[in-house]
Design a binder for this molecule. Structure first.
Ligand code: ATP
Length: 383
C-alpha cells in the first residue's frame, strides 16, 4: 500500500476537517470463511475444508452527513460487509476498518454504532411508546432521569414518523398491530435511542411497498444529513430512492464494481461503454449488468467476462484511486477522536464487563467465606 506524505500545513487543515466530519474507512478489506464439504455426519475431521472468499479488496470511505447504499445481487456479500464493519464476522478478515482514523474494535462499535438487522424482534403486547421507553431504560446510562428518557423517546418517535401510532400496540402474528413498515421504523427507532454516530442497516426496506420504502429511506437520509454516517443494504431500490442517496456501492461476487457519488454512477459506466437506457432505473440496470447469468454456459461466460471487466476497470478508475488516497491519508492522521476514544474506553462497555466479572468473583468468594464461618461456628458449638 502506498504511503502518502503530507506537509504539516496539509495535516493541520485535514485535522480540522476531520474534527467536524466523522469517517468510516475500509482499506483493502478481504473476508474468508471456512466451509466443510460433504455430509455433516462425517464430522469436521473427515470432511475436506474449503475456504471461500466472501469479500475481496474492498476500499471505501463513508462520511458523516451522507447516506450510502450497498447494492448487489443475492450472495454478493452485502450482509458480510456490514458484519465485518460491526466486528460480527465469523471468518478471517484482512485489511483495516477505521472509524475516524482509529482502528475499529467491538468497544468502538458499541459506543458509536447501531446495527439494525433484517428481522424485527418486538414484544407484541406493548405499545410503540412503551417499547421505546422500556428499551431506553435498559440502554441509556443509569443516571438518566425519567423525564429525560421520556423526552428522548418522544424525539425518536417524531424523527421516525411514528407519532400517529405511538400509543398503538405493536402486535405480531397472532395479535394484529401496527403495519410492517411501522414495525421496521420501531426497530430502527430502538437503535436511535442511544444517538449513535453511525447507523448500519441490513435490508431496512425488505417487504415494504415502494411508498413506505421511500418514506423510510427519506427518514434515514434526513438523519444522515444531520451529521450521521448511514449505510444500508438494499435490493431493487426505486428511482425515487436513488435520488435520496448520496453514495452507492455495487458489490459483485464480493468485489466492488462501483463506489462513489450517485451523480457519478451513470457518467462512469457510460465512459466504460454502458450508458443507462432511457426509462431504466440506473441502480437496477448496473446491478444487473454486474451480475453473472448462469442460465446457460455461453451467457455465463459473457457475463463473467463483463463482471471481471467492471471490477478491473473500477480498480483502475480515478474514483477508486482517489478513494484509496483519501482513505489512506485520513487513517494516517492523528486525530482528537483517538484521544477521546481511548479516554472513553477506560470506562467503556468492555472494561465495565471486566469490572462486573471481577466483582462477581469477589462477591462469590466473600459469600463462601461467610457461609464457611457460619458452618464452622455451628459445628464447634455442637461439639
Ligand atoms: N460464515 C459463513 N460461512 C459460509 N458461507 C458464508 C458465511 N458468511 C457468508 N457466506 C457466504 O458468502 C456469500 C455472501 O453472503 P451475504 O449474506 O453477505 O450475501 P448478501 O449479499 O447479503 O445476500 P442477500 O442479499 O441474499 O442477503 C454467500 O454465498 C454466503 O453463503
Amino acid at each position: 500500500m502506498d504511503v502518502v506524505v503530507f506537509s504539516k500545513n496539509q495535516v493541520d487543515v485535514k485535522k480540522q476537517e476531520l474534527d467536524e466530519t466523522r469517517t468510516l474507512s475500509l482499506l483493502q478489506v478481504s473476508y474468508v470463511v471456512k466451509q466443510w464439504a460433504g455430509p455433516w455426519w462425517k464430522g469436521a475431521c473427515l470432511r475436506p475444508v474449503l475456504y471461500k472468499t466472501v469479500l475481496s479488496n474492498i476500499t471505501m470511505q463513508l462520511k458523516s452527513g451522507q447516506i450510502t447504499a450497498l447494492l448487489g445481487n443475492s450472495g454478493s456479500g452485502k450482509t458480510s460487509l456490514l458484519d465485518v464493519i460491526s466486528c460480527r464476522s465469523s471468518g478471517s478478515v484482512t485489511g483495516k476498518v477505521y472509524y475516524n482514523n482509529h482502528e475499529v474494535t467491538e468497544a468502538i462499535i458499541q459506543d458509536h454504532a447501531s446495527y439494525v438487522m433484517q428481522a424485527d424482534r418486538l414484544l407484541p403486547n406493548l405499545t410503540v411508546r412503551e417499547t421505546l421507553l422500556y428499551t431506553a431504560r435498559l440502554k441509556l446510562p443509569g443516571n438518566t432521569s425519567y423525564s429525560e428518557i421520556k423526552e428522548k423517546v418522544q424525539t425518536v418517535i417524531m424523527e421516525m414518523g411514528l407519532k400517529n401510532v405511538a400509543d398503538s400496540r405493536v402486535g405480531g402474528q397472532i395479535i394484529r398491530g401496527i403495519s410492517g413498515g411501522e414495525r421496521r421504523r420501531v426497530t430502527i427507532a430502538i437503535q436511535l435511542l442511544q444517538n449513535p454516530d453511525m447507523v448500519l442497516l441490513d435490508e431496512p426496506t425488505s417487504g415494504l411497498d415502494s411508498h413506505t420504502a421511500r418514506h423510510l429511506v427519506k427518514s434515514l437520509a434526513d438523519m444522515a444529513h444531520k451529521g450521521k454516517i448511514v449505510l444500508l443494504t438494499i435490493h431493487q431500490p426505486s428511482s425515487d430512492i436513488f435520488k435520496l442517496l448520496d453514495q452507492v456501492a455495487i458489490l459483485t461476487s464480493g468485489e466492488l464494481s462501483f463506489c462513489g457519488g450517485t451523480s457519478e454512477l451513470v457518467p462512469y459506466f457510460s465512459r466504460l461503454g454502458y450508458p443507462c437506457p432511457h426509462y431504466m432505473n440506473p441502480l437496477d440496470y448496473y446491478v444487473d449488468m454486474s451480475s453473472i447469468d448462469r442460465r446457460d454456459p455461453n451467457l455465463e461466460k459473457t457475463t463473467t467476462e463483463r463482471q471481471h471487466h467492471f471490477i478491473r476497470s473500477f480498480i483502475a478508475s480515478d474514483i477508486h484511486v482517489e478513494e484509496v488516497r483519501t482513505a489512506t491519508r485520513d487513517t494516517l492522521l492523528p486525530s482528537r477522536d483517538r484521544q477521546l476514544l481511548s479516554s472513553k474506553r477506560i470506562f467503556g462497555p468492555g472494561q465495565l464487563r471486566v469490572l462486573y466479572t471481577i466483582l462477581r468473583y469477589v462477591l462469590s468468594i466473600i459469600v463462601r467465606v461467610i457461609f464457611t464461618i457460619i458452618f464452622w461456628v455451628n459445628w464447634r458449638l455442637k461439639i
